[in-house]
Design a protein around this ligand. Structure first.
Ligand SMILES: C[S@@+](CC[C@H](N)C(=O)[O-])C[C@H]1O[C@@H](n2cnc3c(N)ncnc32)[C@H](O)[C@@H]1O
Length: 306
């Protein structure tokens, strides 16, 4: 029953009220939803906007378009949010009142077998959110060096035996097919450690992050935020794993992605144009986590343009 319900719903918005409160929506403001998906956050923003307000919604996945409301206040941009500045300038809305990003994949993407995101199905190892791009999970497994694979499984998946996993992939890829989820699982079954579902979920997460260059896109978007927000405007970002959260936290605090420890003897001016609103990230309530298990790892950070 639970599964049937999930399949019908494109995506259940996470930390919805928290995001809307954080954005302090002004009736006539211009807002950007970087990750439209099922449109849950966008619809809540639109409810707060008056007839003069505007919402620019990005999604690089063409499937998201089916959820667009018939609303003249909405402009849909079917592209990667890493190009946020360029598209806002193109549509003559460079100064905006709020920017929201709810990172990662939607339940729809995860639950569509043929997209290749989930270990539950058998399909081509694709994992592209944007089908116009070329790199798929299968092509990464075929072309990356052992060192590159090791690094990506270690960094993006925190896979405990990432070195062994990378070696196994490189050893097996010449003699075993690795184009589908089941073929890949068979090729690495000898090195799966601990709970297989947890292990494979970490491996798949790492591949997904690499296929979609999720860290690169997040950094590029964040770097543009201070210039796009009007003074007093808010940015709210929901992350789902620690690497993303660390990037958002650092950028909000220091206006850069450099580790403070990189310059231990320098007292450097903090040059962030953002004021941190959430010293600690906001987390879903126990009730939300119970209602929507996919909200479990969500963290919301908010900052305001000075
Ligand atoms: C977690 S879902 C967002 C769900 C949405 N907030 C809702 O309430 O339905 C993330 C969505 O953002 C899109 N997305 C992820 N990264 C993106 C990027 N770099 N550029 C544009 N869209 C992206 C995905 O295709 C997906 O539809």
């Amino acid at each position: 029953m639970g599964c049937e319900m999930q399949d019908e719903v494109y995506h259940i918005p996470v930390l919805l009220n928290e995001c809307i409160e954080a954005l302090k929506i002004q009736e006539d403001g211009v807002y950007v939803d970087c990750t439209f998906g099922g449109g849950g956050h966008s619809r809540a923003i639109l409810e707060k906007l008056g007839p003069g307000g505007r919402l620019v919604a990005f999604d690089q996945d063409a499937d998201a378009k089916q959820n667009l409301p018939d609303d003249p206040r909405v402009l849909f941009v079917p592209h990667n949010f890493r190009h946020i500045g360029r598209f806002l300038r193109l549509h003559k809305c460079s100064g905006v009142h709020g920017i929201l990003a709810d990172l990662g994949v939607s339940s729809h993407q995860f639950d569509e077998a043929e997209r290749g995101f989930s270990i539950r199905f058998d399909a081509a190892l694709d994992m592209r959110m944007d089908k116009r791009t070329e790199i798929t999970a299968a092509s990464i497994l075929q072309t990356y060096s052992e060192q590159q694979l090791h690094k990506l499984f270690e960094q993006y998946g925190e896979v405990t035996n990432s070195k062994t996993l990378a070696r196994t992939i490189v050893e097996n890829r010449g003699r075993m097919p690795m184009q589908t989820i089941q073929q890949f699982k068979a090729a690495i079954q000898g090195v799966v450690k601990g709970n297989p579902n947890k292990y494979l979920a970490q491996v798949f997460q790492a591949l997904r992050i690499e296929v979609n260059d999720e860290m690169g896109a997040l950094k590029e978007m964040l770097e543009q935020v201070p210039d796009l927000l009007l003074p007093g405007g808010r940015v709210a970002v929901i992350t789902f794993h620690s690497l993303e959260d660390r990037l958002v936290k650092q950028f909000f605090k220091q206006g850069s992605f450099e580790e403070e420890e990189d310059h231990p003897f320098e007292t450097r001016e903090k040059s962030s144009l953002l004021k941190v609103i959430t010293k600690k990230p906001l987390l879903p309530t126990a009730e939300e986590m119970k209602r929507n298990s996919r909200s479990r790892s969500a963290k919301l950070r908010v900052a305001e343009r000075i």
